[in-house]
Design a protein around this ligand. Structure first.
Ligand code: PMP
Length: 398
């Protein structure tokens, strides 16, 4: 019931009633509150932190930061840095720590990374003549703990991996991995939370990584807004990626004095409309009981997975824990053929390499089909999906 209530806030379902949206891992749908706030911003005037008259905008903008603090239990509002998305946040860290990386140092990632959490580290390693160690995953798609443990040493400078994979939906047991990294190295740890932020309540201080990156558009917010957060002490070691307005306390012809965090990492006019409206979405989300919403989401995902498992010739890329993103293949049909026929039946899902080519190659796949649920999905969506899938398989098998 709560899903139907929640769903009623998303105009997509009225505007595109023929479609079944099962692609929330790519980007979630947008609630009315986001649309209203974005319109309101563009009908008003002013920037933030710049003029006397823009006080209301600046207040709303900074309030959004406070709501991120509250949602993720961030240690300080100064540790919330606005970015344009997860990709920007990870690049900010990779670039910002580059002075600390020397030839022969180790950077560790997993093979299960999205390109956004793979390429910045690969390129940094190449530039610095450091070693990129790529950890394999086991048969449950979990990072191989023994290989992680063996790879760690005083040479390890950075360990970066995802909390939840966008390819498989599998959640890494970071509560086990992070203490191992802490025990065996003094590496900085970055968690790519892009796929985790919408389906669990994350307490970042409890997780104990140094850096966390996520995108607002994966949790009912706008595109073009993301967050880099983490430990204030670790964020303070990052060299800015961009230089420009509002990131300094003083400048002379020869010398720059950077502002304190978060502003030193936020040069230039930010995505004000996006950030303010993301704040409104976070405030709106506070009205909902996320535990109930999440329980119902996982229940629906469980039903979906059980039903999928009954198909002949299916391989589901899963661990033993249910998650709202389910990736699968049929051994007797190409994933693109299935996706094409499903799309004709107005099922929105994702197929292909999921911006994770090294992972797909490791899994020896050219692509997978991926359905991903969010709190607005209902049993009826799932019924429509399975009807379409039955029809698709029938067509392909005739
Ligand atoms: N990491 C993961 C795990 C993702 O799923 C995504 C988005 N698909 C990203 C990073 C990149 O996010 P963005 O494109 O919003 O920067």
């Amino acid at each position: 019931m709560i899903n139907s209530d929640f769903r009623s806030h998303f105009p997509f379902f009225k505007n595109e009633a023929n479609w079944v949206y099962l692609d929330s891992a790519a980007t979630t749908l947008k609630p009315q509150v986001l649309i209203d706030e974005t319109m309101a911003f563009y009908q008003s005037a002013g920037s933030v932190h710049r003029s006397q008259y823009d006080l209301a905008q600046t207040e709303a903008y900074e309030m959004a930061r406070d709501l991120v603090v509250k949602r993720f239990n961030v240690e300080s509002r100064n540790a919330v840095i606005w970015t344009s998305g997860t990709t920007h946040a990870i690049n900010l860290v990779a670039n910002g720590l580059s002075d600390e990386i020397k030839a022969g140092d180790d950077i560790i990632v997993s093979v299960a990374e999205h390109h956004a959490n793979f390429i910045p580290w690969q390129q940094l390693a190449e530039r610095k003549k450091a070693n990129l160690i790529v950890l394999p995953v086991d048969e449950n798609y979990y990072i191989d703990i023994n290989r992680l443990s063996e790879s760690l040493s005083s040479k390890t400078k950075i360990v970066a991996f995802n909390l939840v994979s966008n390819v498989t939906g599998v959640r890494q047991p970071v509560e086990k991995l992070i203490p191992i990294i802490r025990e065996k190295s003094s590496a900085k740890i970055l968690l790519d939370m892009a796929q985790a932020v919408n389906s669990e309540q994350i307490d970042i201080q409890q997780l104990d990584a140094d850096f966390y990156a996520f995108s607002a558009h994966k949790m009912y917010g706008p595109t073009g807004v993301g967050v880099l957060t983490g430990k204030l002490q670790s964020l303070a070691t990052i060299r800015p990626l961009f230089f420009g307005g509002k990131m300094l306390t003083d400048i002379s012809e020869q010398k720059l004095i950077l502002a304190e965090l978060p502003y030193r990492l936020e040069a230039g006019t930010p995505n004000i409309a996006g950030i303010i409206s993301f704040g409104k979405v976070l405030a709106w989300l506070e009205q909902w009981d996320l535990t109930i919403l999440n329980n119902s989401l996982y229940q629906l995902a469980g039903k979906c997975q059980n039903r999928l498992q009954q198909y002949a010739n299916i391989q589901i890329l899963k661990s033993n824990v249910i998650t709202p993103t389910i990736s699968f293949n049929f051994s007797n049909h190409h994933h693109a053929d299935i996706a094409t026929i499903l799309t004709e039946q107005k099922i929105a899902l994702r197929t292909g390499e999921h911006c994770a080519k090294p992972y797909l190659r490791y899994l020896e796949k050219t692509g997978t089909l991926r359905i991903s649920l969010a709190h607005y999905n209902t049993g009826e969506d799932i019924t429509r999906f399975f009807n379409a899938l039955d029809m698709t398989l029938q067509l392909l098998e005739d």
